[in-house]
Design a protein around this ligand. Structure first.
Ligand SMILES: O=C(CO)[C@H](O)[C@H](O)COP(=O)(O)O
Ligand SMILES: [Fe+2]
Length: 228
């Protein structure tokens, strides 16, 4: 699969979300960070904003739910128009049931791991998912420094995906920029969230294209991608 770049609107101007979505024309997905001030110490937006944004853009929405009780709330984000919904495993009571419910409602089901959460206990759940998100910062805020100690976890997850022959996308989120994206791609990521690196650029659409080129080039030279 070609590398995908998902600009995070956390770094956009929330008063001009429709225009900010257009500013990254050509992006694969729009990454929408939902924070409830409980699971993370920050508060962003909820279902009504996602509904409006889904009407305002043709770019599919990738909703990253950093909230308590995703079992209750995640299905509502599918109904609001999200094409992919990510819940945190640390917050989910029944991750398999929830992933099945998200898929049954017609969206891609994705599960996120905070930096201190290992992948190994969840190996058997991977076939239930369309995407796995490895956080490369502590969730809660944009503009944080990339945690390169997450690279071995990305590598081990890519090995598990290959071992089971899965079509699972592997997303990284947090501190992804021109100086870190190649290491993520080489380790095995294929979906890249970038907030400040895109919306902080003079030309956000050009930043998306440049990041994609960097990721594609790094992937082409990576050992994990040789048989793809
Ligand atoms: O989930 C997130 C934070 O919890 C954001 O998606 C992420 O931080 C993007 O911002 P940046 O690229 O600036 O790090
Ligand atoms: Fe995110």
């Amino acid at each position: 699969m070609a590398a995908q770049i998902n600009p995070s609107i956390l770094s956009a101007d929330f008063a001009r979300l429709a225009e900010e979505a257009k500013a990254v024309d050509g992006a694969d997905w729009l990454h929408v960070d939902v924070m409830d001030n409980h699971f993370v110490p920050n508060l962003t937006l909820g279902v009504p904003v996602v509904e409006s944004l889904a009407r305002a853009t043709d770019t599919p929405l990738d909703c990253h739910l950093m909230i308590e009780d995703p079992d209750r709330w995640a299905p509502q984000y599918v109904e609001a128009g999200a094409s992919s919904v990510t819940f945190h495993v640390e917050a989910a009571a029944a991750p398999v049931r929830l992933a099945r419910e998200i898929r049954a409602k017609g969206a891609r089901a994705s599960m996120a791991l905070k930096p201190a959460t290992p992948i190994e206990p969840y190996e058997d759940l991977l076939p239930e998912l369309d995407m796995l998100l490895i956080m490369t910062v502590e969730p809660g805020f944009g503009g944080q420094a990339f945690l390169d100690i997450m690279l071995p976890k990305i590598r081990r997850t890519r090995e598990l995906i290959s071992k089971h022959g899965l079509e699972l996308w592997l997303q990284v989120d947090g501190g992804v920029s021109a100086s870190t994206i190649e290491r993520c791609a080489e380790a095995g990521a294929d979906v890249f969230v970038a907030g400040s690196a895109v919306y902080g650029a003079a030309d956000p659409a050009e930043a998306v294209r440049a990041l994609r080129t960097q990721a594609q080039t790094a992937t082409a030279g990576a050992s994990w991608a040789c048989d793809h």
